[in-house]
Design a protein around this ligand. Structure first.
Ligand SMILES: Cc1cc2nc3c(=O)[nH]c(=O)nc-3n(C[C@H](O)[C@H](O)[C@H](O)COP(=O)(O)O)c2cc1C
Length: 151
């Protein structure tokens, strides 16, 4: 499948996870596309048939600045071609923030919902207060994603 990976990151952790995910999806035979500076036009030109969002959380449950332009562009346009496509979200956060834990990931889930993208796997929440190895922590979930996209 042509999998578009969208990421939002302040300090680069989510980008590392996104890059790792791209490698795993490619090794499994998917055409994974990852451009951390993608515009809506770039994503549309790729012509995805599945989506993976990988985003951290900043402020009080907000999306990182570098994902906001793409997020708002998608929300304004709500491309009809993406309706019904499979998707999944990896949220990075820190549970010590309480209610806003993985708020950025939750915003991407809501956006996928508005787009009609089908969430094929529950969101993976990577907690920075629990682990310093988010890429390897994501591997079992990414294995499940590979299987879910095969069906
Ligand atoms: C200023 C600041 C605000 C944050 N706010 C939240 C938050 O509201 N909710 C949350 O779950 N994590 C929050 N975090 C934690 C980050 O999302 C987490 O450390 C993440 O792994 C950072 O990934 P990144 O390097 O891709 O930005 C915050 C971190 C910082 C430094």
């Amino acid at each position: 499948m042509k999998v578009a990976i969208l990421s939002g990151s302040v300090y680069g952790t989510a980008e590392e996870v996104a890059r790792h995910a791209a490698g795993i999806l490619k090794a499994a035979g998917h055409d994974a596309w990852y451009n951390p500076r993608a515009s809506l036009a770039d994503v549309q030109a790729f012509g995805p048939d599945a989506f993976l969002a990988v985003t951290s959380t900043t402020g009080m449950g907000e999306l990182p600045d570098n994902l906001q332009p793409l997020y708002f562009a998608i929300r304004d346009q709500l491309p009809a071609a993406w309706r019904g496509l499979p998707g999944a979200v990896i949220g990075l956060g820190d549970a010590s923030y309480g209610d806003t834990f993985c708020g950025g990931g939750e915003m991407m889930r809501e956006l996928f919902g508005e787009l009609g993208i089908r969430e094929v796997l529950p969101m993976l929440r990577l907690d920075a207060s629990e682990s310093v190895t988010p890429e390897t922590d994501a591997e079992p979930w990414l294995g499940e994603l590979v299987d879910a996209l095969r069906n």
